[in-house]
Design a protein around this ligand. Structure first.
Ligand SMILES: Nc1nc2c(ncn2[C@@H]2O[C@H](COP(=O)(O)OP(=O)(O)OP(=O)(O)O)[C@@H](O)[C@H]2O)c(=O)[nH]1
Ligand SMILES: [Mg+2]
Length: 478
């Protein structure tokens, strides 16, 4: 895809399946031709005269065997588009058959067999964003921001990806890069004019400036969140005695009928997961096998297993059974080291008179010094409040990402580390020197290494392999 930039590319820009709105997008020099083939506006339009972004209402042009559906067409003339090329976007009903027929019809008329160069072909994954990169609309770290945006699964990830896409990392490093360029020029000048009495920059001055920017880079590295942060969904483990209603609760919270529930204790034998699509974050719920609270020797293995799994939980939802008071006797000792991450619920409230519930909750608070919420997983009582409580506990953990607002992936870190190492080397050379020109050649080379590392970060210097790796993770249509 990197060597066929003259082609016009076309793809469906919305997820596959039926829905309210489907988008087909084309980018390249033949985009206006694509518009004229697929779209009949309500009023005549001279496609070549469009000079600024504009929206048209009309109908899709199809052969007699396809219905003529209403559609909107958005035209973004070069360079005022995502890719900086001419871009056209058709918005119509999200019927997969219609969207793919639009693409087939275009390729039939403007595809490779029809013309020798500048043909229209299907876009490869990430190719629209690749065009934006090659046409200078974004740097490589912003490209990765687009990818992070597509993959974001929580508000915090979305905000971080947005900062990234808008080039926040680039902004933080822009001044550093500029200063490196200036310093390199001074050092190279002292090299070129070594015989002159002029001292372009003193070793102390250079040492001080390098130390300052190296410190700034280190701080940035420390401040940055990993881009993998939050890719893993927060994990809520549902734990408790056998038959207390853990599987029923997991089904209720996820809205899925994933776990088998039955009155026979010991129904769940393994870990079972389901993703709850909540807002502002998605959560991974994990149903577990019941642990025998009164120490049945046969259940030792399930406790050992649980002890091993509990540290991986972001939150433990411990389900007590209101039918068997006192509730405090249902708590297992291996919860103790995780007490800060436990949320207690007392289930089967529908089976107990209100005064018994109050009594049981009071007793629990007294003996366990922890609060507990009464719920009925079967009937749904108290479930909204429980969902809110879970989200509150989890989103408090999510906070640091919002505060730091700098996100890096492994490639960014590697580039920055490489730059910092090169600067440290330069500083070591400069220590105890009277004249910059003595070591100028080597210092200039260190500064060049640091600069190349930063340029690689933004894609000023790239290899085909690196680009293939980044764009391979994209979906088609983006
Ligand atoms: N009345 C009532 N019954 C419930 C409630 N929650 C669960 N049950 C019932 O209790 C029984 C056990 O429920 P499960 O969800 O299978 O319990 P579990 O904790 O997953 O059980 P194990 O997997 O065996 O440890 C089933 O018959 C459920 O219908 C509830 O809130 N009220
Ligand atoms: Mg179960």
């Amino acid at each position: 895809m990197f060597d066929r930039l003259d082609d016009t590319i076309i793809a469906v820009g919305t997820p596959s399946g039926h829905g309210m709105r489907g988008v087909v997008r084309a980018s390249g020099s033949a985009a206006r031709e694509v518009a004229s083939i697929l779209f009949a506006p309500h009023f005549p339009v001279d496609w070549n005269q469009i000079a600024s972004p504009i929206r048209f209402h009309g109908r899709l042009r199809f052969d007699a065997d396809m219905p003529s559906l209403p559609a909107e067409l958005l035209v973004f003339p070069s360079p005022r588009s995502y890719t900086r090329e001419d871009v056209v976007e058709f918005h119509t009903v999200a019927a997969p058959a219609v969207l793919s027929a639009m693409i087939d019809r275009t390729i039939e008329q403007l595809g490779e067999s029809g013309r020798s160069c500048g043909c229209v072909r299907r876009a490869e994954p990430g190719e629209f964003t690749a065009r934006a990169f090659f046409r200078g609309a974004m740097d490589l770290s912003q490209v990765e921001g687009v990818l992070a945006l597509i993959r974001a699964r929580s508000d915090a990830q979305l905000r971080a990806a947005q900062d990234w896409r808008e080039g926040r990392l680039a902004a933080d490093l822009k001044n550093i890069r500029q200063e490196l360029i200036e310093m390199r020029s001074c050092v190279e000048a002292s090299l070129d004019f070594a015989d002159e009495p002029t001292n372009f920059i003193s070793p102390e001055d250079l040492h001080r400036r390098i130390a300052r920017i190296s410190l700034q880079m280190r701080e940035l590295l420390e401040r940055a969140n990993d881009s993998d942060y939050g890719q893993k969904l927060p994990r809520v483990m549902i734990v408790g005695p056998p038959n207390s209603g853990k599987s029923t609760l997991m089904n209720r919270l996820s809205g899925l009928n994933r776990a088998v529930c039955s009155p026979v204790p010991g129904t769940t034998r393994d870990l079972l997961t389901a993703v709850a699509l909540w807002s502002p974050i998605e959560v991974e719920l994990v149903d577990t096998a019941g642990v025998e609270v009164w120490g049945d020797p046969g259940e030792v293995s399930s406790r050992t297993f649980l002890e091993r799994e509990l540290p991986a939980a972001d939150l433990i939802c411990y389900v007590l059974d209101l039918q068997y008071p006192p509730l405090s006797r249902q708590v297992i000792p291996c919860l103790e080291p995780h007490s800060g991450r436990v949320l207690y619920v007392a289930n089967k409230a529908d089976l107990c008179p209100t005064e018994n519930i109050s009594q049981a909750l009071l007793e629990f608070r007294k003996f366990c010094s922890a609060s507990v919420q009464a719920i009925s997983a079967l009937r749904g009582d108290g479930i909204d409040a429980l969902r809110r409580a879970i989200l509150t506990r989890l989103t408090t953990h999510d906070q640091p990402l919002v505060e730091h607002r700098v996100v890096m992936n492994a490639r960014h870190r590697e580039a920055l580390r490489c730059a910092v190492l090169a600067l440290d080397q330069a500083r070591a050379r400069l220590a105890n020197l009277d004249d910059t020109s003595c070591e100028a050649e080597l210092v200039a080379s260190d500064l060049r290494v640091a600069l190349t590392a930063l340029d690689e970060l933004f894609g000023e210097v790239t290899t085909e392999d690196l680009l293939q790796r980044i764009f391979a993770d994209f979906c088609i249509g983006k």
